[in-house]
Design a protein around this ligand. Sequence first.
Ligand code: SF4
Ligand code: SF4
Length: 439
Amino acid sequence: MDEVAMPRSPNAQAATEAKVGPVDWLSSSAEREQLKTAVNERPGALLGPVKVVHAFWLAGMSCDGCSVAVTGATAPSVEDLLIGRLPGVPRVVLHHPVLSIESGDAFMRNYELAAEGKLNAPYVIIFEGSIPNERLAEERGGYWCAMGSETVPKPIPTTEWLSRMAPGAAAVIAIGTCATWGGIPAAYGNPTDSMSVMDFLSQQYLSALGLPVINVPGCSPIGDNFTETVSAILLFLNGLGPLPEFDELGRPAWLFSQTVHQRCVRAGFYEEGTFAEQYGDKECLVEIGCWGPVVQCNITSRGAINHVGGCMNTGGVCIGCTMPGFPDRFAPFYQRPPGTIVSSTTARGVGSFIRPLRRMTMRFQNRETRWDQQQHVPSGWGKVREPGPIEKTVHFFYEKVQYLNSEQPGRTKRAETYRDGYEVPGVVEGASTPPERRT
Ligand code: SF4
Ligand code: SF4
């Protein structure tokens, strides 16, 4: 049977069935995948031995913000993964409690096949939200987070699905800070006794491919961080890429090894010791609550969606949402972190010396040579102040150092002749002489 999708109309369904035989349109998507002709026998088959990978989304104590963030990813997008558009990356069949078009028994059948080892295809688990202690809920006859039920209407906790499916998964990916470290549900008080996927599965856990839990933190995470990590893992799974580098906490190292401060659009203000006093100011936000210098996050360079937005880019402070210590160790939010007393005071001291020197150099670099010779800037937009004798003296020595052991380029001589005969005439004060070509 060729690849078939849910028919748009009864006529389309009849036409398809006339070609490929009876199809159970209400079967689960995993079962439909099993009915298809082996992908590598189809024209234009994807590169690599693995053609299809199932992605099982499970949600614990979550706000669904991670799902929302991922649907905004653009590089690559979820759609790229679902249609197998990326060379070498297997096509992804996504089973998601909100986004899947199946529901009820057909939807749950996918999870059962994976848990029973009957999927006949590799799969990854993506867990969003933290893991509550279901025993606490059970003691009172309830549950925290569940999906599907067995013979009686007793819901099956998503943590139970994780326990059943994790041993056979090619990889378990925790998405968002709740799943990676515990996050807000595990904050002070923690009435549900919540914990991270890593804590739940323990240090001994290894996936079927031998990988510990992979962590893509953020509250919410950057969608592109997640889809890029998934693509890198799938390329590895397909034997077409190296195992991506992860740090000691299972974060993609290439995304989380630098602090948000190191790539912040406001870092230059910090370096020169100028700081915002209120929201809306353009300077560094550290004195009104930014934790960026100690937080590993790439949002200032990657943006929130499609390289647009991101905390400091749009005027917000960093509250450390990617970090294991979030939220308790970054509270109270929007107050100056204690460490800034040392660092921003030092930056202020150094900046007060460096800043005037830079401004002076900037004023000279903002001048054309002719304007120096004429001692006048012919701008109709405003009066440009001429440098005073002290500035000229400092700049004179600055240029001496700048061109030490090298020839100073530019129109510094009264006249210059180039090898092709082109002559730059000397500039007479107050006059603008057009260049001439010698014959
Ligand atoms: S706003 Fe935050 S991250 Fe940006 S330079 Fe200031 S302290 Fe660093
Ligand atoms: S800059 Fe800070 S608050 Fe913003 S996403 Fe990164 S870690 Fe979270």
